[in-house]
Design a protein around this ligand. Sequence first.
Ligand code: NAP
Length: 276
Amino acid sequence: MSARVLDGREVAAALKDELRAEVAGRSLELAIVRGGGDEAAEMYARRLGALCEELGVGSRVVEVPDGASSEDAIALVSELNADAAVTGILVQLPLPAGLDETAVIAAVEPAKDVDGVNPENAGRLYLGLPALAPATPLAVMELLRRYDIAIEGRRAVVIGRSNIAGKPLALLLLREHATVTVCHSRTADLGAVVREGELVVAAVGRPGLVRGDMVAPGAVVIDVGTNVVDGKLVGDVAYDEVAEVASAVSPVPGGVGPLTNLMLVRNVLRASELGA
Ligand code: NAP
């Protein structure tokens, strides 16, 4: 068997057109709160700003200066909470050393929390109420939806239980009526558990963790992992082996990745609707 490729770039292109049309005529703005000095974080903020511009969403970067206290950073966030022009706020980590990142994130007004990490949004997701969910699990759900992959009644195995990927993804899959198992670093006999999955999502950060012999024939495998090996971006899934047994698999790069920031920008739109 040779698996169908779940092409995130193709989905992203269609989604961009849809988002542009949805955004047109609205006044939306994303504020990115960040510390200085981290090159990767700076590049990420620039890319996100460029994507916002491409889609017709405004953006601004608000720097937390070195030497600022947690109270100073919370005051910056409070100003953005009160600013009617700002529809979404993203607190980009790392903040300058010594700051209480949890407290700064918790200060974001839940209706503007486009990263979906504020305890209120996490709680709303848990309760099955309308919520802003984190972008990465939303990207996985979007990929499944665009390829018409059935979720209801199917056995889903999520590998990874972080607050930004595995855990919210498990809740989103549960909301769509999958039977969900969540695996992590202490899971005994990972292979046996993964083999039970009709949908398998790897969100770990270990290259090649999911091997061909761990996957049930015909399963759908989504690779969230991003790892750099010998200067190349690879996922958590041993792609060639898994593509021999799975019915569909998402590649890295070109799978979940191209959709993640789009989901964040879509959350800016959703935030404006929730807050309206
Ligand atoms: P994280 O916070 O480090 O969480 C990793 C999870 O994997 C943890 O729950 C950990 O278990 C589990 N784990 C570690 N080793 C394992 C093993 N051998 N077997 C089973 N589970 C294991 O990472 P994250 O932030 O969720 O990110 C996960 C991956 O997704 C990373 O590669 C990251 O770069 C990538 N990512 C990609 C995108 C994208 O847009 N494509 C976005 C976000 C993240 P414990 O809880 O027991 O420690």
